[in-house]
Design a protein around this ligand. Structure first.
Ligand code: PRT
Ligand code: ZN
Length: 286
């Protein structure tokens, strides 16, 4: 049997595009025809299963899939035994409690004895227990935000991103109880050869992530300012210095974290740097 691992990704929804984008950025090619539930990569030993996100933690825990990409909210709610290998930085959102906007909110004790609609009974139940609040949890699978206006519940606990869904439904966010982003999860008992493939995949994901948070910086500087400028943009090992055609000037090339660039930009200019270019990096291996 050919040695390939299986990754479960969301078929269609808020995780799908970014999951597939990450896989493509890792240089993995596959055919993703509409309606297909399975696809094998052509240049990496991996097969994809396209599933509903709710099913991903269970499939990975059972070993039907070796890896999965899923939101932490879904992962914690499903409470399956899997390992989290990596935070992926996309599909960020929060799980919050919200109440009708006309109500006065006095703090978490507001919810004592109240009825709260949610699709996340476990996360909400754990939170309320930790806070010592007794409330009735009303589990519904969708359109949670309309529950208060139809008299089904006095508050809700749902995923919030921009907050506009809450606003459109006359609700206000009063407590953030959980923050979430997409994560790469794995079965807890991967055989050695599978782990080797997972390591290769993680190596690529790390290179993509590092590339995203770093920039390639090119600038021109008078030679007398080079020491100062090198100290501001030290780069991976050290910057590249190339002489310009104009006497007394050099071109400095370096790699640095985008935040570090913004922090140092004034000092760079004050030191005499000019013609500064900042270029995206596709992959970075250090
Ligand atoms: O069909 P399937 O079961 O696979 O998908 P799904 O409908 O259950 O999930 P989907 O695709 O909507 O979301 C997948 C994951 O994306 C979630 O589990 C979260 O981890 C993450 N995510 C990020 C979000 C949001 N942002 C989000 N805004 N999930 C849902 N929403 C919904 C939320 O439920 C609410 O209705 O968007 C609305 C709020 O958005 P704002 O911007 O108006 O605040
Ligand atoms: Zn779902």
């Amino acid at each position: 049997m050919e040695k390939i691992i299986r990754i479960a990704v969301q078929k269609s929804g808020r995780l799908s595009d970014d999951s597939l984008k990450l896989i493509k950025e890792c240089g993995i090619k596959f055919y993703n025809g509409t309606g297909k539930l399975k696809s094998t990569a052509t240049n990496f030993p991996v097969e994809f299963l396209f599933l509903r996100d709710d099913d991903i933690p269970g499939y990975v825990a059972d070993g039907v899939a070796d890896l999965g990409i899923v939101g932490e909210n879904e992962l914690v709610e499903k409470d399956k035994k899997v390992q989290t290998l990596k935070k992926l930085g996309f599909s960020k959102c929060r799980l919050s409690l919200a109440i009708p906007k006309g109500q006065n909110y006095s703090g978490i004790s507001y919810f004592e004895g109240k009825n709260i609609a949610t699709s996340y009974p476990k996360i909400l139940g754990d939170y309320l227990e930790k806070k010592g609040i007794n409330a009735e949890i009303h589990e519904i699978s969708g359109s949670v935000e309309i529950a208060p206006s139809i008299g089904l519940a006095e508050g809700i606990c749902d995923i919030v991103s921009s907050g506009s869904t809450l606003m459109m439904n006359g609700l206000k966010e009063v407590e953030e109880i959980f923050t979430s982003e997409a994560v790469l999860i794995a079965n807890e008992n991967l055989e050695g050869w599978k782990q080797e493939i997972v390591e290769k995949l993680l190596f690529r994901i790390n290179a993509v992530q590092k590339g995203k948070s770093n920039k390639y910086v090119l600038l021109n500087a008078p030679n007398h300012a080079l020491d100062k400028i090198i100290s501001l943009i030290p780069g991976m090992r050290s910057p590249t210095i190339l002489p310009l055609a104009q006497e007394g000037w050099s071109s400095v090339h370096s790699v640095l974290n985008e935040d570090q660039f913004w922090e140092n930009i004034e000092e760079l200019r004050a030191a005499g740097a000019e013609g500064i270019l900042v270029v995206p990096i596709e992959k970075m291996v250090i």
